[in-house]
Design a protein around this ligand. Structure first.
Ligand code: NAD
Ligand code: IPM
Ligand code: MN
Length: 355
């Protein structure tokens, strides 16, 4: 098949991990007879520097016209002055809103070789396989903001329609898994959470084959550490999902491992690792590229419907994790290109076996 993939490397380690993921996608295209065209566009801090804005109109237009978008990360100390008139992160939020990708899928599992990296006891980690469905285009991120000399506000706002569509996504996804949904809110305090709980409960009646459980976000933060293996699909609002998924990365062993897919009703999906620009290691070739490579696998599956190719990339990552040299965040000494190289070698070996 032919596909146009918009590439948004962004800032910090973004370009380093995206280069690795593009190499893997190019390998997939060569080996499976596809034609992928990659076109790079500016977003984030680099776009502020070169275009004066974090999401240039040309970048958004190119993303809307593409078949899928692969993004690295945005932000960094250079653009983090609290008084700065514009921030890299605004570009990412505008892209998510512009593409209408309201459901952010963040799968978390634990590779046996990495269980020792988690601060949790190994026996708690067996069988961990959680799919977070984070609402991505509403809530506190997109409500009105005000600021005066001594007061600031961020409005948290949700409509029934916004909650319904992400709830349906979560229930549909649960049907392809263990048929269990945990909805996370703060309904004991927040009005938006009461609307959230009421709406999720109503939508659940359309999915009688899926079991629904509600948890408050504070206790969920604890339960994720005390019984992580008991969760299947976890659906929650934008801000809670942001926080809980970084927490869940500690189960997997490193933030650098986790991918995401952001989907809406539109045809274009956005794929990005959940980590940021990691200023502390940027430019040194040390970043773990697996979150970006696994995001490319999600792109193959959800946007290009190339299930076998997606599974091949995931299997190659699995075997690189099982026997390859690991990056520093995973307790090894390898660099970004070494780890990406072992994924590519595993991919090549698979094809030879299959041939
Ligand atoms: P971060 O995710 O960039 O880094 C947190 C820690 O995890 C750091 O110690 C970093 O070295 C490590 N880490 C992250 N990714 C890694 C990888 N692939 N390999 C190895 N180690 C990795 O979070 P932060 O430091 O809080 O934020 C830095 C900047 O990134 C901020 O400007 C923030 O807004 C931005 N950010 C962007 C995104 C995004 O673009 N999607 C996501 C999160 C944070
Ligand atoms: C993420 C990031 C972003 C978010 C920031 C950079 C806007 O933390 O993708 O998890 O909070 O959504
Ligand atoms: Mn985050």
């Amino acid at each position: 098949m032919k596909a146009n993939i918009a590439i948004l490397p962004g800032d910090g380690i973004g370009p380093e991990v995206i280069a690795a993921a593009v190499d893997v996608l190019a390998d997939v295209a060569r080996r499976h007879g596809h034609e992928f065209a990659f076109a790079e566009h500016a977003i984030g801090g680099i776009a502020i520097d070169t275009h004066g804005e974090p999401l240039p109109a040309a970048t958004l237009a190119a993303c809307k016209a593409a078949d899928a978008v692969l993004l690295g990360a945005v932000g960094g100390p250079k653009w983090s002055d609290p008084k700065a008139p514009v921030r890299p992160e605004q570009g990412l939020l505008a892209l998510r809103a512009g593409l209408g990708v309201y459901a952010n899928l963040r799968p978390v599992s634990v590779h046996p070789r990495l269980a020792g990296l988690s601060p949790l006891k190994n026996e708690k980690l067996a069988g961990v396989d959680v799919l977070f469905v984070r609402e991505l285009t509403g809530g506190a991120y997109f409500g009105a903001k005000t600021r005066s000399a001594d007061t600031a506000t961020d409005e948290t706002r949700y409509t029934v329609a916004e909650i319904e569509r992400v709830a349906r996504r979560a229930f549909e996804l649960a049907r392809g898994r263990r048929r269990h949904v945990t909805s996370v809110d703060k309904a004991n305090v927040m009005e938006t959470s009461r609307l959230w709980r009421e709406t999720i409960t109503r939508i659940a009646s359309d999915y009688p084959d899926v079991q629904l459980e509600h948890q408050l976000v504070d206790s969920m933060a604890m339960l994720l550490l005390t019984r992580p293996a008991s969760y299947d699909v976890v659906v929650t609002e934008n801000l809670f999902g942001d926080i809980l998924t970084d927490e869940a990365a500690a189960l997997a062993g490193s933030l650098g491992l986790l991918p995401s897919a952001s989907l809406g009703e539109g045809r274009v999906g956005l794929y990005e690792p959940i980590h940021g620009s990691a200023p502390d290691i940027a430019g040194q070739g040390l970043a773990n590229p697996l979150g970006a490579i696994l995001s490319a696998a999600l792109l193959l599956r959800h946007s290009l419907h190339l299930d076998a190719e997606a599974a091949a990339v995931e299997a190659a990552v699995e075997s690189a994790l099982a026997s390859g040299e690991l990056t520093r965040d995973l307790g090894g000494k390898a660099g970004t290109s070494d780890l990406a190289g072992s994924v590519r070698a595993a991919l090549a070996a698979q094809r030879r076996e299959a041939a």
